[in-house]
Design a protein. Structure first.
Length: 42
């Protein structure tokens, strides 16, 4: 059940991220660039 909850939460966050990007594109005509991975600190 813990894995199921984690997956559900990830989908939930992705859904709201998509909504935020849609609103930004519609109202500001911009959206954040997609980050594929973090920069290496070494």
């Amino acid at each position: 059940p813990v894995l199921e909850i984690l997956l559900y939460n990830m989908r939930h966050v992705q859904h709201h991220t998509g909504q935020l990007n849609l609103l930004l594109r519609q109202n500001v005509h911009q959206s954040p660039k997609w980050v594929f991975r973090a920069k290496d600190e070494t």
